[in-house]
Design a protein around this ligand. Structure first.
Ligand code: SF4
Ligand code: SF4
Length: 95
């Protein structure tokens, strides 16, 4: 299951995308996020609950402002760089 956290509005597209099947619950992305915007959440996958990285409820609706200091427009951001399994991506398309 792939979850898109973020939104598209008149100013562009802003998402943190997490692939629950790929995520191995290592928490490396959580440790490097300077905004404490990530947490583990249990998801029901392959008939069992598995802890998977997720954007916190608080940051989902303001992801553009939360993630801007990481400068996604310049390429990789800390959470994406930390993930060895390519389970987390950042989509950043300001107009
Ligand atoms: S670094 Fe990758 S594998 Fe580890 S918790 Fe984050 S998304 Fe999951
Ligand atoms: S882009 Fe930066 S602020 Fe946003 S989730 Fe990743 S590490 Fe945290």
């Amino acid at each position: 299951m792939i979850t898109y956290y973020g939104y598209t509005d008149g100013s562009g597209e802003y998402y943190i995308v997490i692939d629950a099947e790929r995520c191995n619950s290592c928490e490396d992305c959580i440790k490097v996020c300077p905004q404490q915007a990530l947490q583990m959440e249990d998801m029901f996958i392959d008939l069992e609950d598995k802890p998977v990285a997720a954007v916190t409820e608080e940051h989902r609706k303001k992801i553009r402002y939360t993630c801007s200091p990481c400068k996604p427009e310049d390429g990789n951001v800390p959470c994406v760089s930390a993930c060895k399994l390519e389970a987390i991506k950042c989509i950043w398309k300001p107009k």
